[in-house]
Write a protein of this length. Structure first.
Length: 326
């Protein structure tokens, strides 16, 4: 939970003003507002806010604030990070379905290349941070959940170590991972603000800060990061219908980052892999960790065009990989 920080309030207001465009403004969805400190900052910026709160202890104060305003704030009992749970039967609150949430917010689906229909502010749950990033990533590439409605913009606090992973460059030991490639291909990533852990309610029983440990990447702050889906994400050979194969390909290539791409292609029984790399002007001995995100996209689209990903065994492995992540 967020405590308070005047500098962050100014940063949020500045970002909202800078991102504003002529015409109707997107709805702003705030996740887990708690006592409503950031909520008031958002309201003071003049935007319409939908507050999605999963802790019933905070609801009375938020609802009192809602009643004091003329429709600028709407409070909903629910948990953004439990949207569209992979369960059968009735979804029990605070879990909820995105179609129900967006209907309540009054947000309709728009084409992918249209303006951002909704902006989301929140803090990723630290205990499930990596898993949440993967779930959001699958939703992004498959245009499911919140992305069924268009290019939903995430403005989220994530740990500094995960921010380092999301923005890592080729060759950076350990930090450059499949998650780096896939988020960089899928979104424009902007660092808006860094805030010390002490500004958040993360205390242990002994009075210390419950900061997740990291031995190989800095983790002294939470980072407010804007993730805006790329307008041209699906203008080439990459489509929502084949995006799971793209995700699987990247994960397989970077499972052993020091391995050569030719070895990976050969493991898929792709005898013309060397020729394909030459056509893409990728060195024959290139290691998986040395390719830029856009190189992976070009490789995938070339493989799609060559019909190399039509083997049944490959699709079986894709589905198994998706099940494990979900």
């Amino acid at each position: 939970r967020f405590i308070a920080c005047p500098q962050l309030a100014r940063t949020v207001q500045r970002c909202l003003r800078a991102g504003a465009s002529p015409g109707p403004q997107p709805v702003l969805l705030e996740c887990a507002p708690g006592p409503g400190i950031l909520t008031r900052t958002l309201l003071n910026a003049g935007v319409r806010v939908v507050a999605l709160e999963s802790n019933s202890a905070f609801l009375p104060n938020l609802q009192s604030l809602e009643n004091s305003l003329d429709g600028q704030l709407k409070v909903i009992y629910g948990d953004f990070f439990r949207l569209d749970p992979l369960v059968t039967g009735t979804v029990k609150p605070p879990a909820m379905c995105s179609d129900k949430l967006f209907e309540t917010m009054g947000v309709a689906a728009v084409p992918w290349r249209a303006d951002v229909p909704v902006k989301i502010f929140g803090i990723l749950p630290q205990k499930k941070e990596r898993n949440t990033l993967w779930r959001l990533l699958f939703a992004l590439y498959e245009c499911s959940s919140i992305y069924r409605y268009g290019r939903a913009e995430l403005n989220i606090f994530i740990s500094e170590k995960e921010y380092q992973v999301l923005t890592a460059k080729p060759g950076e030991a350990r930090a450059y991972q499949a998650l780096s490639v896939l988020w960089q291909v899928g979104c424009e990533i902007q660092l808006l603000h860094t805030e010390p852990w002490s500004s958040f309610v993360t205390n242990l029983k002994n009075g210390g800060l419950a900061v997740p440990k990291s031995t190989w990447l800095p983790n002294d702050h939470l980072c407010l990061v804007r993730l805006t889906p790329q307008q041209n994400l699906f203008t080439g050979g990459l489509k929502p219908t084949n995006s799971a194969t793209f995700i699987f390909m990247v994960k397989q290539c970077l499972a052993k980052p020091k391995s050569r791409l030719t070895d990976r292609l050969n493991s898929w029984s792709l005898d013309s892999g060397g020729k394909l790399l030459r056509e893409l002007e990728i060195p024959k001995n290139a290691e998986a960790r040395k390719l830029y995100p856009e190189d992976y996209r070009r490789l995938f689209e070339a493989l799609q065009n060559s019909n190399m990903f039509t083997e049944t065994w490959f699709h079986d492995e894709v589905l198994e990989s998706i099940r494990k992540i979900n």
